[in-house]
Design a protein around this ligand. Sequence first.
Ligand code: C2O
Ligand code: CU
Ligand code: CU
Length: 464
Amino acid sequence: MRRRECLRRGLMATAGTLAAGPAGRLLAQSSAATALVASSSLREVWPGQPTPVLTLGDSFPSRTLRVRRWDVLDVELRNDLREPTNIHWHGLAAPPEDDGHPMDVVPAGGRRAYRFLVEDPAGTYWYHPHPDGRTASQVYRGLAGFLIVEDEAERALGLPSGAFDLPLLLQDRRRRADGSLTYAPTPMDLMAGLLGDAGLVNGAPQPVLDVAATGYRLRLLNGSNARVMRVAFEDARRFEVIAGDCGLLEQAIAATEVWLAPGERAEILVDFSGASVGRTVRLVSAAFSSGGPGMGMGGRSGQGAFLPLATFRVARPGPAPTRLPERLATVARLDPARASARRRFVMDMRMPPGPGAFTINGLSFEPDRVDVKVERGVQEAWEVVNLSGEPHPFHVHATQFQVVRRSARPLQPHERGLKDTVLVWPGETVELAIRFERHAGLYVLHCHNLEHEDAGMMLNLEVS
Ligand code: C2O
Ligand code: CU
Ligand code: CU
């Protein structure tokens, strides 16, 4: 029954896009569901201290999935946890039934299929659970993984691939004496979000990554619960930013750092070819003042604290790096002047961090109330305002948007492509150009600080 239902959905999704993608692949894919079991298992996050973590696909962090654009993503989730969970495909415009709405969960011991056509362009997406009130805890304990979409146009660019394409999941965790990932936020954590004092890369604390002396494509994902990262190399080496949240920029932009809020991604090309074998360079989150109360540079682990992430060690010579084409992609841009509807979202919070303390437009999440109604095909101009003293990453499901302007800072290089999450600093206003086109149904928008999200900084969004 479910199987047939899913199939029908898959076919319907294809019908609208026959012109754009080869439909034949749908059937070829339909029998190959990837089984992902959510379970608890023992791992050594810190050496010598085995501890329970949560795994998906028997992997910590969760298994990296790769899918081609116009293929059907076909995943069977089995929930072996003792609590409800689900999967949200962050950045992809999935049909509402497959999007992992916070109320659409798989109970403990249950299973379900996620099955939909991947219509979005090549890019570094990710997946994680989204159950109402439990997202922060489940992601913290290990449930998050890359979902990499590939396509022909991108492949034709000849970017570094295979061993030279490194997805790096950047997270912070609190180092506890027993080496565990116990999720136990304090009242202060519930306010600012849980900030760790140790950097993890792909689940390992400050790993050493052996590389060849050549060019690498690094896919950076900030999968932290609350930490904004100012990602840079300790020797301030330049790199090329080639992609943001949802795929390639039109042109590479040279930079020495990239600011990533929880949920955001950037892809960079870094060239180790000038380095002699044995040379090391650290990837860090550099210190910054976040402009909020109690969160200056002083704290050992507060927002803006310096955090080492990983060390690259040049272990062997490598081939000469390939030259980057002048033009990477055509980004389907919206003309901000063309908007025919305007909306404003005010993010705010008040003390103490109890029920109703974290709001968007004065509202905190109510499962049965629809807060925002948008119509497909209508281009809108959104203004996102942060009245609080904490940074808030504003994230929208069901579509990809473009950042038009920020009131306090210039646009970052990775903000020049399509996005699904944008950082709004204290006191800042960010303007977005946005249009929903794909599926009608119920979605959410929310703050991607996971403690804020779980505390209700989230609204129901209905697309019609
Ligand atoms: Cu990555 Cu609604 O979230
Ligand atoms: Cu999302
Ligand atoms: Cu927030």
